[in-house]
Structures are given as structure tokens and as C-alpha cells.
Design a protein around this ligand. Structure first.
Ligand SMILES: Cc1cc2nc3c(=O)[nH]c(=O)nc-3n(C[C@H](O)[C@H](O)[C@H](O)COP(=O)(O)OP(=O)(O)OC[C@H]3O[C@@H](n4cnc5c(N)ncnc54)[C@H](O)[C@@H]3O)c2cc1C
Ligand SMILES: NC(=O)c1ccc[n+]([C@@H]2O[C@H](COP(=O)([O-])OP(=O)(O)OC[C@H]3O[C@@H](n4cnc5c(N)ncnc54)[C@H](O)[C@@H]3O)[C@@H](O)[C@H]2O)c1
Length: 467
């Protein structure tokens, strides 16, 4: 029986463990914090639960436009209930993951794992698990999966204190909503929290080191978000790189590299993550870290060391729970001799959980505009969609990209409420090389936002006919 040791119990680790157990391997998973990992306990699950409460407040406040008057247009936030719900759901989800792993026969060890091989190049590996009480257990493995995830990046001079200078893992301990929150870093994490706190009624200032928010996402989508921020009074300070963040007692003072300063009551640091790779004994087995401290892997999650795989945020491939889980599964299928397809990043669907949401899949508009990928494109503003009009939605769009000659769908972007749900038909098309004709001739419900997706297909098809 193949002995497998997994270091870390986030989506990469636990999904791998499930696959390995289903293939009758002997699986031990060593996890430091709790089943589900940082994804479930501190990052993805808590943030999306918080965002759900923020969205409920917005829906309540916006009901007036549709003719529904509420008695209290302020829609008060009961923060202990919101935070209690966030933490409760995270713990419940972690317990579910734990129960599932145990049901499938995975052995769980609560502790910190590190390699302890006596020399490099061995056929079997030794992993030492140190439990919270300091006890050590030595595990021998034919295959090891490193799935240790990542941790919030700390800027020197802006060390979080948990009171006024905060990481996203500390905000759910605040007794009250911040009066004025400065969100430092305008990547996905930053804009999600800026959007959610704005919806909660908090004054928010975004500190963006670039000329726009979401520098890695679709530029038109980011522009919609900036418009929404402007309409709701969320300031975006651009070309602003924070050098130092001071807790000045009754607030924070943010010093920018160019000498400007920004005052706020609290600062939320969303300046990225660093992989958890520096104290797990990689030197003992001969893995050299790549740029940013990530573990280099190939498309079936192999490291350069035989029998050692890595998956998830510690590899820096695409920092998403879905990708982590797929890398983990692929690692186990490969290690256990199953037929496996290398991971295909061009088909990954992702979503930014702002209001409106921004979902995307496949080739980007930027790759098309730069001439890297030839494509025909269409953009349909949601304002033309009957369902959007009924629901009072003014912003958002559907974009669809296809190959010029064949009409095969190669990507798309949706900016809409629930874009995370609407992207699936485009993802399905990209994954299965469907054409715009397939999309155009599929029935969508009338009236529905997804009608804009089938209409995009029809508009691109019309170009086809003219070719
Ligand atoms: C605020 C935020 C929101 C996000 N929202 C989304 C989202 O909506 N959708 C999405 O797809 N992705 C989201 N992500 C990204 C997603 O959370 C990560 O991609 C995902 O958690 C990666 O999973 P992982 O298994 O690699 O690592 P993790 O979830 O980080 O789990 C790794 C675990 O390993 C443990 N560990 C570390 N070292 C050791 C050791 N030596 N021994 C034992 N255990 C160890 C850690 O304590 C941790 O529990 C979000 C990220 C952030 C920061
Ligand atoms: N909905 C989701 O799926 C979701 C949510 C959150 C995060 N994630 C994933 O996690 C990954 C990390 O995202 P992230 O937003 O946490 O990190 P990031 O690295 O993408 O963004 C951090 C931003 O902070 C900026 N920054 C760095 N130092 C700064 C400084 N001193 N002052 C001002 N700005 C500074 C950087 O320029 C960057 O734009 C992403 O790949 C994302 O896909 C996904």
C-alpha cells in the first residue's frame, strides 16, 4: 500500500487526501490549524460569509428604487451577529471537512510537519510532525504532498497589531465597525473588502499602488468597479505605495513613499501573501525555492525531487482554492499511477466578489489587444438586458471572445450581480471547445441575465456569417 503524507489541510491537501484514500492509499494528513486550512478558517470562507451580510444590507437599502419602502433606511449592522456567523460558519465547514476525511479513512495529525530526511535522493521520505504539546511523530512516506498554503504578507513598518493595523484574518475580532477604513493594496482581496465595508456603511479609502484597482483583471471590469466606488463615496488614492502605517492611538497615519499621508481610523493590509515554505525542511530533500519563495512544480504537481509533489498557494501557480484542489487531485492521480491530464490554466474560471461581481475565464482582453491571441470579441452592456432593467441594474456587461476562423469560444468576462454563477456556461464552452454557434442556439430563459450570454453568441455568429 502506498504511504502518503500530506503537509497542510487546505483545499490542496484535503482534496488530495480524499483522492488518495479513494484509491486505497495509506494517507496521513498533518495540519497545523484545522481541517480546511486557511481557506476555510481565515481567508475564502470567512470573507465570502462577511460579503453575504454586506450584500444583504445593500439589497435592503436599494429596495426603495423598486418601490419598496423600508422603515429604517439605515439598515443597522449587528456586528457581533455578523462576526459570529462568519466564525461559526468557518468552524462548521472545517468540521465537515474533518468528518469527511475521517469517514474516508484519512488519518489526521494535528501538528506542524517538516522534512527530516537523513540525506538527499532517498526513495522514501521522513516527515516529522510536531504536535501543539511539543511531541514529535516520525512518518515514513513513499509520496509526500506539500500543501502548506500562504500567509498574509507583512510590510516592514506596517506590522499588524490586531487593533488598528489589521490583516484580513483579524478583522472579525473588531468590536465595532471602523469609522474610516483605509484598505492598503488594490488586488482582489483589497477590492473585495473595500466593496464589502462600503456596503456595510463604512467610509473606505483604497490605497492603490497602481493607476487602477485590480491591475491583473479585465480593465473594463475594473473601470466599472471604480465607477461604483466613486458613486458610493469610496475614495481610491492612486499611484500610492504605503511605506509605513502608524497606530497613533485614536487612528492610523499612513505614510506613502512619495511623502503624502492618509489618515483613517483603521488600516486593513491587503498587500498579498507569502508562501509557507521557509521552515519545512526543503533543504533536507533538495528542493530549491523559486521566485517569491514558491515551490516550482510541473503541470502534474511534481517538484524536482522524486516522490515529492506540491500543490496550492505554496506553488504560486494561481492562488485560487479551485486550482489548489485540482493540483492536489492531479498530484495524487499521478503518484498513484492513474491516467491524468496536466492542469490547464486557460480554462480556470475566477470571480471577484465585489458588488457587482467580476467573473472571468480563458483568454484575457489584454492578450487579445496586445496581439498575442487573435480573436473576435463582443461586449454587451447589461443595460440592454430586459431582466437587468426589471431589477434596476444599470452597470455591468458580458464579454465573449472566440477564435476568428472557427468561432470556438476562448474566453469571457461577466460583470453582474452573481457573475460567479453566470460564468459557468462560458467556462463550459471554453473547457469543451464549444463554438459561439453552440451558445447562440442554446435556449436561455426569458427574461434572464444569461440571455445576454446567448445574445453575445448570436452577435459573434453574425460576424461569422459576414466572413
Ligand atoms: C481573503 C481571501 C479570500 C479568498 N477568496 C477566495 C475565493 O473566493 N475563491 C477562491 O477560489 N480562492 C480564494 N482565495 C484564495 C484561496 O484561499 C487559496 O487559494 C487557498 O486557500 C489555497 O489553498 P491551499 O490548500 O494551498 O492552502 P491553505 O488554504 O492556505 O491551507 C494550507 C494549510 O496548511 C497549514 N500548514 C502550513 N504549514 C504547515 C506545516 N508545516 N505543517 C502542517 N500544516 C501546515 C496552514 O496552517 C493552512 O491551514 C482567497 C484568499 C484570500 C486571502
Ligand atoms: N475571489 C477570489 O477568488 C479571491 C479573493 C482574494 C484573493 N484571491 C487570490 O489571492 C491572490 C492574492 O490576491 P491579493 O489581492 O491578496 O494579493 P495581490 O498580490 O494580488 O495584490 C496585492 C496588491 O497590493 C499592492 N501593494 C503591495 N505593496 C503595497 C504597498 N506598500 N502599498 C500599496 N499597495 C501595495 C500590490 O501592488 C498588489 O496590487 C490572487 O491571486 C487572488 O486570485 C482570490
Amino acid at each position: 500500500m502506498t504511504r502518503i503524507v500530506i503537509m497542510g489541510g487546505g483545499p490542496a491537501g484535503y482534496e488530495a487526501a480524499l483522492v488518495a484514500a479513494q484509491h486505497s492509499a495509506d494517507v496521513t494528513l498533518v495540519e497545523n490549524d484545522g481541517a480546511g486550512g486557511a481557506c476555510v478558517l481565515y481567508d475564502c470562507v470567512p470573507s465570502k460569509t462577511f460579503i453575504a451580510s454586506a450584500g444583504a444590507r445593500s439589497a435592503f437599502r436599494n429596495a426603495g428604487e423598486l418601490g419598496i419602502q423600508t422603515n429604517n433606511d439605515q439598515a443597522a449592522v449587528d456586528l457581533p451577529v455578523v462576526h459570529g456567523r462568519v466564525k461559526g460558519l468557518a468552524l462548521a465547514q472545517s468540521a465537515d471537512v474533518r468528518a469527511r476525511l475521517q469517514r474516508e479513512g484519512v488519518r489526521l495529525v494535528n501538528g506542524r510537519a517538516r522534512f527530516a530526511d537523513g540525506s538527499k535522493g532517498l526513495a522514501q521520505h521522513r516527515v516529522v510532525a510536531t504536535t501543539p504539546d511539543g511531541a514529535e511523530e516520525v512518518l515514513t512516506a513513499d509520496v509526500v504532498l506539500i500543501a502548506t498554503g500562504a500567509t498574509p504578507r507583512v510590510l516592514q513598518g506596517a506590522e499588524p497589531d490586531g487593533k488598528r493595523v489589521l490583516t484580513w484574518r483579524q478583522i472579525y475580532d473588531l468590536p465595532e465597525l471602523p469609522e474610516h477604513l483605509a484598505v492598503i493594496g488594490s488586488g482582489v482581496t483589497g477590492v473585495e473588502f473595500a466593496s464589502a465595508y462600503t456596503e456595510m456603511g463604512v467610509k473606505v479609502t483604497m490605497v492603490s499602488s497602481r493607476d487602477r484597482v485590480l491591475p491583473h483583471e479585465d480593465a473594463d471590469a475594473a473601470a466599472v468597479l471604480e465607477d461604483v466606488f466613486a458613486e458610493r463615496g469610496t475614495a481610491v488614492v492612486k499611484h500610492a505605495r504605503a511605506d509605513k502605517v502608524e497606530n497613533v492611538g485614536d487612528g492610523v497615519l499612513i505614510h506613502l513613499e512619495d511623502g503624502r499621508t492618509i489618515e483613517a481610523s483603521h488600516a486593513l493590509m491587503t498587500v498579498g501573501s507569502v508562501p509557507n515554505t521557509d521552515d519545512i525542511g526543503l533543504d533536507k530533500i533538495g528542493i530549491e525555492l523559486g521566485r517569491g519563495g514558491y515551490i516550482p512544480v510541473d503541470r502534474v504537481s511534481r517538484t524536482n525531487v522524486s516522490g515529492v509533489y506540491a500543490a496550492g498557494d505554496c506553488t504560486g501557480v494561481l492562488l485560487l482554492a479551485s486550482v489548489a484542489a485540482m493540483q492536489g487531485r492531479i498530484a495524487m492521480w499521478h503518484a498513484l499511477g492513474e491516467g491524468v491530464s496536466p492542469i490547464k490554466l486557460k480554462t480556470v474560471a475566477a470571480n471577484v466578489f465585489t458588488n457587482p461581481e467580476i467573473a472571468s475565464v480563458g483568454i484575457s482582453q489584454q492578450a487579445i489587444d496586445s496581439g498575442e491571441v487573435p480573436a473576435r470579441t463582443i461586449v454587451l452592456p447589461l443595460a440592454t438586458n430586459p431582466r437587468a432593467k426589471m431589477e434596476g441594474l444599470r452597470r455591468g456587461f458580458v464579454k465573449l471572445f472566440c477564435r476568428p476562423a472557427t468561432g470556438v469560444v476562448i474566453g469571457g468576462v461577466v460583470v453582474a450581480p452573481n457573475a460567479s454563477e453566470l460564468i459557468l456556461p462560458i467556462a463550459l464552452a471554453v473547457q469543451n471547445q464549444l463554438t459561439v454557434e453552440h451558445i447562440a442556439t442554446t435556449f436561455s430563459v426569458y427574461p434572464s441575465l444569461s440571455g445576454s450570454i446567448t445574445e453575445s453568441g448570436r452577435q459573434l455568429m453574425r460576424h461569422d456569417d459576414l466572413d
